[in-house]
Design a protein around this ligand. Structure first.
Ligand SMILES: O=C(O)CCC(=O)C(=O)O
Ligand SMILES: [Fe+2]
Length: 246
């Protein structure tokens, strides 16, 4: 399917987020989910079982399919245009909610949980949610507040714990991707279905921000990384050194 990067960015600017259908086929999403299921089983703990939610980190080193999706040409084209050519990946993980999972609180993503006010107007980060299952209102499609990236602040304490009538729910077929401005208020929703609901989450950022995961450490374990994989994982970004007294 042909996707229009300018239109996707215009929608993100206007509404905070854009859902892009069929970035990969349902079969490819099934392939990624089957690989993730193996990792979920191997890494499950008493804590993850009790929380009914499980995060798998460091996925780039765990299977080549995740390297491929992190550097998917459409996603890279969107973030290069939105954040600039030298974009890097801040974190690349999987998030699964199991039947009976409750909710998260409304929040913006990296780095807006830490940024002091007033927030810069320039673009700092963007989140990418890959649907590995079909998302519905029943199984906990992510809740998003349209236009919230323009509020310039974190959601107020009196709203974060409950659903808001202006919220919209991310639904779509597996293989779809949602992109949103990093400051967008969003929340994970309850999984009231009888099956797990899995997503991949890729945060992309300007290279002058400290990334959430040590991507460079992961890059060392990737055989023959392409140019863009090296860039996304930080091989080309400025590394602090010691100023020599010449
Ligand atoms: O899995 C989801 O629906 C959202 C997860 C999320 O907001 C996060 O991990 O920051
Ligand atoms: Fe989030």
């Amino acid at each position: 399917m042909q996707h229009d990067v300018d239109r996707i960015i215009a929608e993100m600017e206007e509404r905070s987020y854009c859902i892009i259908p069929s970035v990969i086929s349902p079969e490819k999403a099934d392939e990624a989910r089957a690989i993730l299921e193996g990792l979920l089983e191997a890494e499950a703990t008493d804590a993850s079982r009790a929380a009914k939610t499980q995060r798998v980190g460091g996925i780039a080193v765990k299977h080549p399919i995740f390297v491929e999706l992190m550097a998917h040409p459409l996603i890279v084209a969107i973030w290069k245009k939105y954040l600039d050519e030298d974009v890097v990946c801040s974190t690349w993980t999987a998030n699964t909610s199991y039947p009976g999972f409750g909710t998260y609180k409304w929040h913006p993503d990296f780095p807006y949980q830490w940024l002091n006010y007033p927030w810069p107007k320039s673009r700092i980060s963007g989140q990418t949610i890959w649907l590995l299952d079909d998302f519905s209102e029943e199984n906990g499609g992510t809740g998003i507040m349209p236009g919230s990236h323009r509020k310039g602040q974190r959601p107020p304490a009196n709203m974060i714990a409950k659903w808001h009538p202006d919220g919209e729910i991310l639904t779509g077929l597996r293989g779809s991707v949602m992109v949103y401005h990093g400051a967008t208020w969003h929340t994970a929703r309850p999984n009231n279905s009888d099956k797990p609901r899995s997503a991949l989450l890729g945060m992309y950022t300007r290279p002058c921000y400290i990334t959430q995961e040590d991507m460079l450490a992961q890059l060392r374990f990737i055989a023959k990384p392409s140019d863009i994989v090296q860039q996304l994982m930080g091989a080309k970004r400025f590394q602090p050194g010691i100023v020599a007294n010449r």
